[in-house]
Design a protein around this ligand. Structure first.
Ligand code: AHN
Ligand code: ZN
Length: 335
């Protein structure tokens, strides 16, 4: 009996010392992080929509990022420097790509990798270029002007920069590649009776044929396109549902669990040509498109699509939060 009590007392002393030692040697942890350590729940960082919003403002400050312009080159430099603050693994893939009208586009795909040695990988992507012509502007006088591209281009990039910033603070625990495609939006204008669907997504076609790592593979991919308009509706788009229905359902389940069912609609819509088509077709990474699209709407896409009014006035932090928190959760829950 005496022996048992002594052992118990010693055990209590050691346990107390260990506990106080832990308290003194570790930084404060959030309850989410503590839960993650205890295996109760996977830790997911808080996506900061103010931060994503300011990354969109920064892009627009360069002017329209149309290939072969000074604004485009300057923004490429800023995107590269931004990524380098978050990871040392940044690749700029430069290529001259031929547009539908024969113009050679000085294009740069900008790629940031996290945990590059990890064979379990996820791909996140968006296009960063601006459309050279606002050919859907209601005023014909504006149709030869470039698009400011806050939503169509800027929003996906802003969300992915914020996700990169979060991953530089909290290791996602798996491999993640963020690819910003260039020359997506140089597609043939409709009034030319365009049938050349492959005039869109030039940067994505190039990267899918020449990935930055030979033999590149990822478990799945998520493309973000027009994820910033107020009242956006992300439907279950046909190309995504054809190539990656399981990924789409998993991501939509996450969005609904987080309370974003108003943004993530379960309506199935038509297939569209976007960067994810080539990643699916050429590289074989099952990739979905989170895109504000419904063919039953007047333009299919958001109200100011390919107009000079695609600017900051139309960007909603609530929409950025819904898209960003959903993608961030999908990444961290894939570890
Ligand atoms: C087509 O209009 C064929 N695709 C639209 C892809 C796109 C343009 N995404 C953003 N801008
Ligand atoms: Zn566009």
């Amino acid at each position: 009996m005496k022996n048992h009590q002594l052992i118990l007392q010693i055990a209590i002393v050691i346990f107390t010392l260990l506990l106080s030692g832990c308290r003194n040697n570790t930084k404060p942890v959030t309850s989410d992080e503590q839960n993650a350590v205890e295996g109760k729940k996977i830790f997911v960082p808080e996506f900061n929509a103010d931060s994503a919003y300011s990354y969109i403002e920064r892009q627009l400050a360069f002017g329209p990022r149309v290939p072969n312009t000074a604004a485009h080159r300057a923004c490429a430099g800023w995107l590269e420097a931004s990524f380098r603050r978050f990871t040392p693994n940044v690749v700029i893939q430069q290529a001259k790509l031929k547009a539908f009208d024969g113009t050679m586009l000085d294009s740069r795909n900008i790629i940031a990798s996290f945990n590059p040695e990890n064979t379990s990988r996820v791909l996140l992507c968006a296009h960063w270029d601006s459309r050279p012509w606002a050919d859907h502007d209601p005023d014909p006088a504006n149709r030869k002007k470039p698009v400011p591209a806050a939503n169509d281009g800027g929003s996906g990039v802003g969300v992915l920069l914020e996700i990169a910033r979060q991953m530089s603070i909290h290791d996602p625990g798996l491999g993640v590649d963020i690819v910003l495609f260039d020359s997506e939006d140089y597609g043939e204008p409709q009034e030319l009776q365009g049938t050349n669907e492959d005039s869109w997504g030039l940067g994505s076609q190039y990267w899918s044929k020449n990935p930055h790592v030979p033999g590149y593979m990822a478990r799945f991919g998520i493309l973000l396109d027009m994820v910033g308009a107020a009242g956006a509706t992300f439907t279950m788009e046909g190309t995504s549902m054809y190539f990656a229905p399981d990924i789409m359902r998993r991501v939509w389940d996450i969005a609904h669990r987080l309370g974003y069912e108003n943004y993530f609609s379960t309506k199935k819509t038509g297939a569209i040509t976007d960067d994810h088509l080539y990643v699916n077709q050429i590289l074989g990474v099952p990739t979905i498109d989170i895109i504000d699209y419904d063919q039953e709407r007047e333009k299919g896409f958001f109200k100011y699509w390919h107009t000079i009014n695609d600017d900051m006035k139309n960007i909603s932090k609530e929409t950025l939060k819904a898209a960003g928190q959903t993608v961030l959760t999908a990444v961290y829950e894939s570890r």
